[in-house]
Design a protein around this ligand. Structure first.
Ligand code: KG4
Ligand code: ZN
Length: 368
């Protein structure tokens, strides 16, 4: 029975969590930077790394306190060391190395994307979550109760869909994860964030559009579904985003009344219909690609993680796949450290530890 501290700082969340036996989340502290980046409608790397420096020590202390343990009680220190923003990654990696070295505990480097897939195995923490810093739960509620991740059968098709990633994997085991397709332009969460910006809504756009879509007509606007080649497992969402832009502002060069700049006057129902129609296009594409991937890999299960896995339309559609789909509890869809601490348990059991020269590996060094 291992007690592992996980650290997450790949993008704009500073997080730490204590997980026992790879599944039982004893604490899950997430200091989000959403407000710092909201006015830029996206993550500003330099602002993110500075905020990580301020947050990392209080977040670590809170995670250990809320788990009711001491640093000395830990069996290992895990950290998401790839992929991510380099300045952000370095804060978590440095903190993890320092803790592991000073406590004399093993260090375990974790791939953030693999950890998103593993998050379907996490069980909600029994103890009270950290107050003040903790803002882990995304909006929305699951369409169906999630299946227990222990029932995942391999090989599985894994999909990670978030603000930074949209990719498909052949998952042979929790540590055997092979990339089989990815976006050639925008990530699906990024498309949500950009469409929300086009509609003059807040950031991050995913939860806002998801909520609006509930009250909209998904057939109101026929947005394109880009599937690329017949057998392709890659994604492209930039055309869909542009289609929303043209729908809202008019098509340049067609003599239409293109309203550049400031917000366009749309009534509430029009906004809801655009949200629902955009969401329907995203969900259709994701589900078609998952069906292709199941056919091509002979997968027995589907695992979906990452911020967009909180999406209600997607959760609902996944119940209609030919194989069982597994999703994380809502609070573990978006970035958190519990998923890294959980996956680290698999490495810990196999004594697969990292050396103290563990590198932080950014997006461009590593295709995801
Ligand atoms: O996994 P995550 O926290 O961070 C990244 O690694 O990117 O995902 C954040 C992304 C954002 O783009 C956000 O708009 C999207 O996930 N998101 C959603 C929903 N909740 C968060 N997208 C669609 N529907 C949602 N309910
Ligand atoms: Zn993520």
């Amino acid at each position: 029975m291992a007690t592992i501290l996980g650290i997450e700082s790949t993008c704009d969340e500073t997080a730490a969590a204590v997980v026992v036996d790879g599944r039982d989340v004893r604490s899950n502290v997430v200091a989000t930077q959403v407000e710092l980046h909201a006015k830029y409608r996206g993550v500003v790397p330099e602002i993110a790394s500075r905020a990580h420096i301020e947050n990392i020590l209080p977040v670590l202390r809170e995670a250990v306190d809320h788990a009711g343990c001491r640093f000395e009680d830990l069996d290992a220190v895990a950290v998401a060391h790839r992929p991510g923003l380099i300045g952000s990654l370095l804060i978590g990696v440095t903190a993890a190395k320092t803790l592991a070295w000073s406590l004399g505990k093993p260090l375990i480097g974790i791939d953030h994307v693999h950890a998103h897939l593993y998050s379907v195995l996490l069980r909600e923490e029994a103890r009270r979550e950290g107050e003040g810093l903790a803002t882990a739960a995304p909006a929305g509620s699951p369409a169906a109760p999630p299946r227990d991740g222990a029932d995942v059968e391999f090989p599985a098709v894994g999909m990670v869909c978030s603000g930074g990633h949209t990719a498909l994997y052949r998952v042979g085991s929790w540590t055997d994860v092979q990339l089989i397709g990815s976006t050639i332009d925008d990530a699906v969460g990024e498309a949500y964030d950009k469409v929300a910006a086009i509609l003059g809504l807040g950031y991050p756009g995913g939860p806002i559009l998801d909520k609006l879509a509930e009250a909209g007509d998904p057939r109101a606007v026929q947005f394109p579904r880009t599937l690329l080649g017949r057998d392709s497992l890659d994604f492209s969402f930039s055309g869909l985003k542009t289609a929303v832009l043209y729908h809202v502002r008019g098509v340049p060069g067609r003599g239409e009344d293109v309203k550049a700049g400031g917000p366009v006057a749309l009534d509430d129902q029009q906004v809801k219909n655009i949200a629902a129609s955009f969401q329907a296009a995203c969900v259709d594409v994701v589900v078609k690609k998952l069906r292709r991937a199941i056919d091509q890999t002979g997968a027995k299960s589907v695992i979906v993680g990452g911020g967009v896995s909180a999406n209600r339309g997607l959760r609902d559609a996944l119940t209609r796949l030919p194989v069982p789909a597994f999703l994380p509890p809502m609070k573990y869809c978006t970035d958190n450290a519990a998923m890294s601490a959980g996956l680290a348990d698999v490495y810990h059991r196999e004594a697969r530890f990292s050396a103290l020269d563990l590198d932080a590996i950014t997006y461009s060094q590593f295709r995801v």
